[in-house]
Design a protein around this ligand. Structure first.
Ligand code: NAD
Ligand code: MLT
Length: 310
């Protein structure tokens, strides 16, 4: 059986798969779609991060493909309907990068509140400017979490440790599941109206695309700060830009964008926007864990065993 590993998935996590008799691993960096199409028919399994899109066209050439492994959480780079139609299993690594993405989101919130990236840039450019960087405390502020899954819940705990008030919106979470947590489950409008900081932790689906649009911004507090380390396009970038320009929003911290990679955007020109190139899960620990989790699932699938996907 042949397994193609793309997108720089951590080799350290793939040892179990690599050492399995009868399995051959081809590990390579991200390749352009035409190259992928030229080779995909040889493989029984493919493992990707987020850069490679396994779409209908790619799958139409994947005659032997039995399983697609996503070394991470979001499966929005894989055409799930087409995979289902073709009987190809899709597995991911739902918990392997939770801590890294959580810690990164908290780092982004603090960077945003205290202008750390801007101060760093200015000082390194030779300017000692104490007055330009008046920040805001997190303590006593209300954090609105949209999507209270693995990362959203882990953020809530850490925000509460910093004495923030946490409200959350997640239509798929039962009230009783948060009873012992001091998290207040509210509807989306109430979250928008009450939050000083809003952070998003949902998957990107038809129902979450542009969830934060012009109408949503109009319901928010003046001076709200937005953090998106989930998926680009859940926040409408044009609506966000307008909110930042008008002063409705005091700032935004973004790790993800509607189009990626992205090196040029009107948002990058605003001084109150902190950005990074989708690195929320980029720690050694997380990358080894997601690779190992997905390798186990690929192995189980290829051996016809039960796939747990946990
Ligand atoms: P998860 O599946 O554990 O949680 C997602 C939560 O969103 C669930 O509780 C679900 O009920 C909720 N949800 C779904 N639709 C919703 C809606 N319309 N409104 C409100 N809530 C909704 O996922 P997770 O591991 O917490 O990951 C969250 C997001 O972060 C995903 O988009 C994932 O791809 C992304 N992520 C990004 C990075 C990064 O590098 N920046 C790293 C890890 C995860
Ligand atoms: C994810 O969904 O797990 C993240 O996008 C992390 C990544 O794979 O880069």
């Amino acid at each position: 059986m042949k397994v193609l590993v793309l997108d720089g998935v951590a080799r350290e996590g793939l040892q179990k798969l690599e050492n399995e008799p009868g399995i051959v691993l081809d590990i390579t960096k991200t390749v352009p779609e035409d190259q992928l199409i030229a080779i995909i028919s040889e493989y029984d399994a493919v493992i990707v991060r987020s850069a490679t899109k396994i779409n209908k066209k790619v799958m139409s050439y994947a005659h032997k493909l039995k399983v697609i492994g996503r070394a991470g959480v979001g499966v929005d780079n894989i055409d799930l309907d087409e995979a289902t139609r073709q009987g190809i299993l899709v597995v991911n690594a739902p918990g392997g990068n939770t801590i890294s993405a959580t810690e990164y989101t908290i780092a982004m919130m603090l960077a945003l509140a205290r202008n750390i990236p801007q101060a760093n840039t200015k000082l390194k450019n030779g300017e000692w400017d104490k007055k330009a960087f008046m920040g805001t405390e997190l303590c006593t502020k209300t954090l609105g979490i949209i999507g209270l899954g693995r990362i959203g819940s882990a953020i809530a705990k850490r925000a509460q440790a910093m004495e923030m008030q946490v409200v959350a919106y997640d239509p798929y979470i039962a009230e009783k599941s948060v009873i012992s947590t001091d998290i207040e489950l509210v509807d989306l409008d109430e979250l928008l109206e009450r939050s000083d900081f809003i952070t998003i932790h949902t998957p990107k689906t038809k129902s979450t695309r542009h969830l934060l649009n012009t109408e949503a911004f109009s319901k928010m507090k003046d001076g709200v700060r937005i953090i998106n380390c989930a998926r680009g396009g859940i926040v409408d970038e044009t609506a966000l830009y307008d909110a930042l320009r008008s002063g409705k929003a005091a700032g935004a911290a973004l790790d993800v964008f509607e189009e990626e990679p992205l090196t040029n955007s009107p948002l990058f020109e605003l001084n109150n926007v902190v950005v990074s190139p989708h690195i929320g899960a980029s720690t050694r620990e997380a990358q080894i864990k997601v690779a190992a989790d997905v390798a186990n699932e690929i192995l189980a699938t290829l051996k016809g065993k039960l796939v747990k996907n946990t």
